[in-house]
Each structure stands twice: as structure tokens, then as C-alpha cells.
Design a protein around this ligand. Sequence first.
Ligand code: DGY
Length: 324
Amino acid sequence: MKVFVTRKIPEAGLSLLEHEFTVDVFPHDRLPKKNEIIAGLADADGLLCLLTDPIDKDVIASAPRLRMIASYAVGYDNIDVAAATAHGILVSNTPGVLTDATAELAWALLFSAARRIPEGDQFCRQEKFTGWAPLLMVGQAISGKTLGIIGAGRIGTAMALKSKGFDMNVLYTDTQPNPTLERELNATLVSLPDLLHQADFVSVHVALSPSTHHLIGAPQLRMMKPNAVLINTSRGPIIDETALATALKEHWIFSAGLDVYEHEPQIPKTLRSLPNVVLAPHVGSATMDARSNMARMAAENMIAGLHGQLPPNCINPEAYRKKI
Ligand code: DGY
């Protein structure tokens, strides 16, 4: 059997795949175009793809032998799962192994945006630091403040739990109560408007879907406190980027820390020119540990799926049940 891999992934996963299958890795150090993915799938039984690959219904319909799609990511908004299911193709993702890495990056952005670290770094490099001053680079305090988590799933929960050392009041929104957060942090489930009105730090952790597209737009940004810091490590289109740029420029909120963008990899010039936003290049899961574990997990899903078993992290088990 043959597996097409759309970009070189860590050896931990590649070697597992190579042990079982003929593996064809997209040879260039860039994102493959849709027609290149289609070409790679001409005789492939399995596809190991990235979150940047558009695996839509055309790609799926064009692949005559495809039986398994193992995504090297936890978010799978780039894959038309319904179309895959209709074709009897199993789809898997990599949950859990990147939870801490992504929650850690959310905290790194929170600290950076609250305490203006990148701005201070630029200031020092440009030789503007002429001495300690009472009003130099004054930011926002974190300890004892209110943290608002939008979406208390795996990563949102990990982000909230890591607030323990900072003695924060934790609010969260979700479709259901989160007993861990309520037990461990005395966290309170509130409505989105209540969270936005009260939180000093707002961190977004929902998956992208039609119902979360532009969940944070101008009306929601207007609800936030002027000292508030907004963090997004989930998916760019959840925040209306034009509205966010206005909010930052006009100081409706204090600052933002972003790892994801609405039209990734493009980052609007307005955002790039603002000093009160910290920009990271979608590196939530970019630790050696997480990336190796993601590779291993994606490969294990692929091996199970192509050997006729239910992959451990299958998103559409109904496609498997249909087959047996
Ligand atoms: C994912 O896996 O969905 C993350 O966005 C990777 O950083």
C-alpha cells in the first residue's frame, strides 16, 4: 500500500510508516498546491496531511484508492469530513499530544502581550533604552486578575489549570459545564457577553466551525475592558481580524497575542504595524516533544486504518461501521 505525505514530518512518524508502506513525501519545502495533492493521491491508499492542506470534496472525489486520511493536527476544519465519510474514508487527528504545548504558547503570548516583551525587545535592540523610568513599558498585572476561557475543551482546560500559580479568578464559556475547572479552580461557567465584560485576559480555544466563525467581532470587542488582553491559539477566522485591528488601534482593548490568522499565512499590514499585538507564526504545537508525538500518533492512526482497524483517534467512526 502507498501513503502520500504532504510535507516532511518528524522521523518518529515517518519511520513507522516506512516500515509498513511505500511512502511518498511531497519533495518541496513549501505547502503543496491543491493540484499537487490530487496528483500525489492518484495511486495512494492513505493520505497524511497538514492543517494547511485543503482536503475538500474535489480532492477526496479525485482519489480512487484513498481509504484513510491521517491529519497531523488536532483541528480538522481543513478536511471535508462529511465527504470523506460518504466515500467510506476514515479520518483521524492528533488530540492530546499537543495540549500542553499549545496551552504553554497561549501563556507565552499572554505574558508577552500583557508585559509588552516584544516591544521592549525591539526598544533595547534599537538602542532606545537610556535608563529605568517610572512609566517605561508599563503593562498589565496578571496575578489575581480574571482569566476568561472561551471553549473549555482539552487545550482551554490546560490553559486554565496553568493559571494556578497566579491565583486568578477563572470564568469560562462552553456548551457544557467543566467539572475539572469548577473543582480545581472554582471556575464559573458564564455567557460569552458576561465573560467579555469581566475578564482581564480572554483566551480563545474553540474549534472553527460555521457557528464559531467571527465569534469575536466588533460588538464582542466593544464588550471587553480597556485593559483586556485577547489571546488566540485556535483558528484565525474565529476573530474578525479587521475589527480586531480597529480595536487595537483605537485602544478598545490593551493588547492581543495571536498565533493564528484569518487568511493564514497572510497577516494584514494593519496588524503588523501595531505595537500592541504580539504575532507568532502558528507555532502552538511547535515543541520537539509535541511534533514527534503528533508524527507518531498520525502514523499509528494510518497503520490501524489501512490494516482494517478503527484508528485510535478516528473522527468519523461511522465510516468504519459502514464498512464492517
Ligand atoms: C492543530 O494541531 O490544530 C494546531 O493548530 C497545531 O498548532
